[in-house]
Design a protein around this ligand. Structure first.
Ligand code: 4GY
Length: 221
């Protein structure tokens, strides 16, 4: 899969995308990730990307010309163009699964007060990572890239993906333990040491259901 990001702050993307599973996916060639600087599609000496809003008001608006030129240069008819914005539809695991089937994603990151409205004509989907306002779309883009990357076939090892499949479907994760069997007086539940895999699975399902009921009843519908 190829993912391109169009941003005013390409420096932000070093770090999170150079470690762990995303780094592994890039090195193995399963993910081709390219960070593009929007200013590369300006033509004036000041590399202007924004301007004052018609009608007045605070802040600056991303002007259409550089974004149109960049998208026309970077996208073809296979490209799924995404805009990161609090006004988008909610980014969820289901959306990530859907995006992981695309061959080319282009993520537009805004800053300042937002995008000139005409930029939305370039976009297939507008996504929000949550109901809060960040300073720019870089962090949301990295959230999308990270989430989608682990769903690209071959990125997770067999063990990891099997675990992901099990019964976390729409539920919070069950409690996990590792050694030691007793730590500072806190014991690992006996059932997990029983070797009875059917009973362990039952217990885990029950725990996941209880925890979801307690913390996230909205997930149970
Ligand atoms: N929340 N989900 C988000 C965001 C920053 C001003 C438009 C979010 O996706 N993006 O807060 N983005 C704003 C900053 C311009 C983007």
């Amino acid at each position: 899969m190829k993912i391109e990001v169009l941003t005013l702050f390409p420096e932000m993307f070093a770090g999170p995308l150079d470690v762990s599973m995303v780094a592994r996916a890039r090195k193995s060639g399963l993910l081709d990730l390219q960070i593009r600087n929007l200013r590369d599609w300006t033509h004036d000496r000041h590399k202007t990307v924004d301007d004052r809003p018609f009608g007045g008001g605070p802040g600056m608006v991303l002007k259409p010309e550089p974004i149109f030129e960049a998208v026309e240069a970077l996208a073809d008819n296979q490209t799924h163009v995404l805009m990161m914005s609090p006004a988008g539809r909610s980014f969820t695991q289901a959306v990530a699964r859907e995006l992981s089937t695309k061959q080319h994603l282009l993520l537009l990151c805004g800053s300042y007060e937002g995008f000139d409205e005409r930029i939305r004509t370039l976009v297939h989907d507008e996504l929000s990572i949550g109901d809060y306002v960040l300073t720019n779309g870089g962090l949301p883009a990295m959230v999308v890239i990270d989430t989608v990357t682990r769903l690209i076939p071959g990125v997770l090892g067999d063990d990891e993906s099997a675990q992901d499949e099990s019964f976390s479907h729409g539920l919070l994760e069950y409690p996990q333990y590792t050694r030691p069997a007793e730590f500072r007086g806190m014991k690992v539940p006996e059932i997990l040491m029983s070797g009875n895999h059917a009973e362990i699975e039952r217990w885990r399902r029950e725990q996941a259901r209880l925890r979801t009921q307690e913390r996230r009843p909205d997930l149970l519908g």
